[in-house]
Design a protein around this ligand. Structure first.
Ligand SMILES: Cc1cc2nc3c(=O)[nH]c(=O)nc-3n(C[C@H](O)[C@H](O)[C@H](O)COP(=O)(O)O)c2cc1C
Length: 412
């Protein structure tokens, strides 16, 4: 090819690429992406240079664009979705910008420890992996891949009731216990069997999720599903979300059984407490009043959560709920938090307001979707490194030294 023809071809290639990027930029799919993904790099850069290697990631948001590229539209929509207008989903992280740090200086922070104890077990870091259902939707070997990452990073993993892989297989891959998240079923006999199975498998803690008992409207997920009619029953059952297809329901005739029944009340907590030796955590507590009821009913720990903004729209951000929940339990049981944790500073702030540990959901699933185990590992690595640096900058050498006096709410 002549030099002129070659330069014409490359100009044409450049024009085509620009046309394609303009088309993508105008697409309603991109408009509904969380804005954060596009702030660190320009839209052109993010689309043209998606993360090729997890090692190149500078922050956990770098994995968001990579996951968007890796996933089918329906699966991306399910992952990114909040409820209604995604207001609470976004607020969970935005609210951290209203918390300012008051760092203490001239403390020798050359050696620090992020060790934390939860129900008698010690962990190297207070950052844990939240239960996220049906992870084969995001990677061929979903929860097993996450378990291997949790093992290599010594992180706590909580396994969802609607996991794609059985609790026994995940514990084997983790090489140690995981916590089990419960979606209770209206049929008590079935719930009892699931709880017993988790206990027999070696789970020391049962986290009952109570924030979906009134139903929800995952509108964004529905919109994405409408533009992606592929059948992938192996990922998540058919029809989409069919509960009978989950391995934790094997051997149970789930016809007619209702998960997250609106009939559940505090009486069910008492029943669960009697049915298991596992420690019981309630996931989804947001108020002082309910925190007190947890203590009265013998609950062992609280996870302040709004399901990553996937439960009730216009809830407060979890970081805004945390202080009153901590106040409600008055030190009697540990309080944890999840929702919107994207930076080490977020982790620090939650701990300063009294959380013992914090969970991440979407960030590690972005890593899983794009790169499998190494992606999850890198997400944990980045958040832990940022958190350690924040501790040092604020003069805290251990989690006990992360003091409430080092954070304040911005006034305006
Ligand atoms: C795709 C997806 C699936 C989830 N599945 C479950 C689940 O099965 N059980 C549960 O208790 N929470 C589930 N959650 C909520 C998470 O455990 C966690 O509360 C939330 O993701 C934390 O917010 P973040 O995503 O902003 O970090 C899910 C969240 C997402 C994004």
């Amino acid at each position: 090819m002549s030099a002129i023809a070659s330069s014409q071809a490359s100009r044409q290639q450049f024009r085509n690429r620009r046309k394609f990027l303009r088309f993508l930029a105008a697409s309603p799919l991109l408009a509904s992406l969380p804005a954060r993904a596009w702030q660190t790099r320009t839209l052109d850069e993010a689309l043209a240079n998606p993360l090729a290697n997890p090692k190149d990631a500078l922050d956990v948001m770098d994995f968001e664009a990579a996951a968007r590229k890796a996933l089918p539209a329906a699966h991306w929509g399910y992952l990114a979705s909040g409820v209604d207008d995604n207001f609470t989903r976004d607020l969970n992280h935005e609210a951290y910008k209203r918390v300012q740090l008051r760092p203490r200086k001239l403390i020798d922070v050359s050696k620090i420890s992020t060790r934390v104890e939860l129900f008698g077990a010690a962990w190297d870091s207070p950052i844990f992996l939240c239960p996220v259902g049906a992870q084969d939707m995001f990677h061929a070997n979903g929860e097993v891949e996450v378990a291997r990452a949790a093992q290599s990073k010594k992180a706590l993993q909580i396994l969802s009731t609607v996991t794609s892989h059985s609790v026994e297989d995940v514990i084997k891959a983790r090489g140690g216990p995981v916590w089990y998240q419960l979606y209770a079923v209206s049929n008590w006999g079935f719930t009892e069997k699931i709880v017993k199975r988790a206990e027999d498998a070696g789970c020391p803690v049962l986290a009952w999720t109570i924030d979906l008992l009134g139903g929800r409207n995952t509108e964004m997920a529905t919109r994405y599903r409408r533009i992606d009619d592929r059948h992938c029953a192996s990922c998540h059952g058919e029809p989409f979300g069919a509960i009978a297809a989950r391995p934790m329901f094997d051997g149970l005739d789930m016809q007619g059984a209702v998960m997250n029944s609106p009939t559940f009340s505090w009486e069910f907590v008492d029943r669960l407490k009697k049915a298991t030796k596992m420690k019981l955590v309630l996931k989804g507590i947001e108020t002082r009043e309910d925190a007190r009821l947890c203590v009265e009913h013998g609950v062992d720990g609280i996870l302040v959560s709004n399901h990553g903004g996937r439960a009730t729209e216009t809830d407060r951000a979890t970081i805004e709920c945390l202080p009153e929940v901590v106040d409600g339990v008055a030190g009697r049981i540990p309080v944890m938090l999840d929702g919107g944790i994207r930076r080490g500073t977020d982790v620090y702030k939650a701990l300063a307001f009294g959380a013992r540990a914090v969970g991440i959901g979407r960030p590690y699933i972005w890593g899983l979707s794009a790169f499998g185990q190494p992606g999850v590992e890198k997400v944990l690595e980045i958040l832990n490194a940022e958190f350690r640096m924040t501790m040092k900058q604020c003069g805290a050498r251990s989690l006990d030294e992360i003091s409430r006096s080092t954070v304040q709410w911005r006034q305006s």
